[in-house]
Design a protein around this ligand. Structure first.
Ligand code: ZN
Length: 459
């Protein structure tokens, strides 16, 4: 009797232990093959490297690669063609593309206090790759359209990335591929922490660094806004990881892939990037409208819209747009919704541009942030004239402001009307810019209104 009771107690204790130990997460349902993740990541890597400044310093790249590959090998992460590059951008960020390419901002290298924190961010990002969160999200939201694309040999024209752009999937603001749900964040924390422990880094540093960023993001630092909007906090990260420590490989956690101080010195001595579109974060999300005289004159086309709309589904917002137009990814993580004739060189002659702009002071002050944004925007537009001051409205239940100005159109001898809609999304401002040659604005105004009324924020 006593013996059996003892056995029962042991069994109960074992069950209780098993219940509190989370199983390591596994990839979810996915229409993409692993090979398609890799293919897509390669295509996006080319886009990224056209827009961002990749640091060529070998010592710095080697250091980050050593930290990353230590995690991959010792953490026994699934086999993908991983590589690690440093991009020159002061915002505190790193991102991994499907199938392995990883980009680490110089701002992140500056901000970490020790190598384990750098390893923590890399391990978290690598976990998103291994768990295939990007293509899993795209699959869940767009499976009807994706089926046709993925089965139908999309490789021909513009590759897989080109085919996906047609249904609004890309690297823009709120991309399925780079911005994750809280559930996915928990998974990436858990697998990331486990990977760190296996590689000899103290997993608690992952949570410590993320919580430090969250604390900064909520008071005064727009340099972390993009990271925080892509990786929303799943709640108490430190507690979440501490709870799992007993089930992770034990220390000593004394891994050292190199000299972080040395890496930080290299970063500090990099020559500043020439003022250009670095595409790094939503922070520089100001569209550049070159003067209309820059290239051969383009005649204004006749813009025909049926009034029918189709839907763009982003991670954090959705909206409807004219069915004749397509969504593509612009610089600075923006979306451009237009068609071939709407694009005049680098400028947009008509269409809609969507940006996510981090708040200046951690939290959006709609009037102030809008004023600051418009100041920047109008600086880059030729011969600006304010048509109407900001007026209040509500978009998808959120406070918003509508402002209208005019400027020179990229079409020959035309003026254009620009309607700027700024929406308060807490840590950042969602910006829609509706562009039309002034001569046809009346025809397009109704469609623009429908678009702004269709904006929704799920959850
Ligand atoms: Zn994440």
């Amino acid at each position: 009797m006593r013996k059996r009771l003892w056995a029962l107690l042991v069994l109960c204790a074992a069950l209780a232990l098993a219940a509190s130990q989370k199983k390591l997460p596994k990839p979810g349902w996915n229409l993409f093959s692993k090979q398609q993740d890799v293919e897509l990541g390669r295509e996006y890597a080319r886009q990224v490297e056209r827009k961002m400044t990749v640091v060529t310093d070998k010592e710095l790249t080697d250091y980050v690669t050593r930290v990353g590959m230590r995690l991959v090998r010792q953490g026994q992460l699934d086999d993908y063609p991983y590589y690690f590059k440093v991009v020159q951008d002061d915002s505190i960020n790193a991102f991994a593309l499907p199938g392995g390419p990883m980009y680490v901002h110089t701002g992140l290298i500056k901000a970490v206090e020790n190598e384990a924190q750098l390893a923590g961010v890399l391990a978290h990002e690598l976990s998103h790759v291994v768990l295939r969160h990007g293509t899993h999200q795209a699959t869940k939201s767009e499976f009807l359209q994706l089926g046709a694309i993925l089965m139908g040999g999309a490789g021909s024209n513009g590759g897989l990335a080109g085919a996906l752009a047609k249904i609004g999937i890309g690297l823009g603001a709120n991309s399925y591929l780079l911005s994750f749900s809280r559930g996915m964040e928990s998974e990436a924390d858990l697998l990331g922490a486990y990977t760190m422990a296996k590689a000899g880094y103290n997993p608690i540093e992952l949570a410590r660094f993320f919580e430090k960023l969250e604390a900064q993001g909520s008071n005064q630092n727009s340099l972390v806004a993009r990271f925080l909007s892509d990786h929303p906090s799943p709640g108490n990260r430190i507690q979440g990881i501490e709870d799992q420590l007993p089930y992770m490989p034990r220390g000593p956690y004394n891994a050292q892939a190199g000299d972080l101080k040395q890496a930080q010195e290299i970063v500090a001595q990099l020559a500043p990037v020439k003022k250009r579109d670095t595409g790094g974060g939503a922070g520089q999300a100001i569209p550049q409208q070159p003067p209309s005289t820059a290239s051969a004159p383009v005649q204004m086309p006749r813009i025909e819209l049926s009034g029918r709309l189709k839907t763009y589904l982003g991670g954090d917002f959705s909206f409807a747009y004219p069915e004749e137009w397509e969504v593509s990814n612009g610089a600075d993580q923006s979306l451009i919704i237009s068609n071939q004739m709407g694009k005049v060189g680098e400028a947009v002659g008509y269409g809609i541009m969507v940006y996510l702009v981090p708040a200046q002071a951690g939290h959006v002050q709609l009037r102030d942030d809008t004023a600051a944004y418009l100041k920047q925007l109008t600086k880059s537009s030729p011969n600006v004239k304010t048509e109407s001051e900001p007026s209040d409205l509500t978009v998808g239940g959120a406070p918003a402001l509508l402002t209208r100005f005019s400027s020179d159109s990229p079409y020959q001898e035309q003026r254009e009307t620009d309607v700027v809609l700024t929406v308060d999304r807490g840590a950042s401002m969602l910006v829609f810019i509706f562009v039309s040659p002034s001569a046809q604005f009346q025809d397009l105004e109704q469609s623009f209104k429908k678009v702004s009324q269709s904006v929704r924020f799920p959850g």
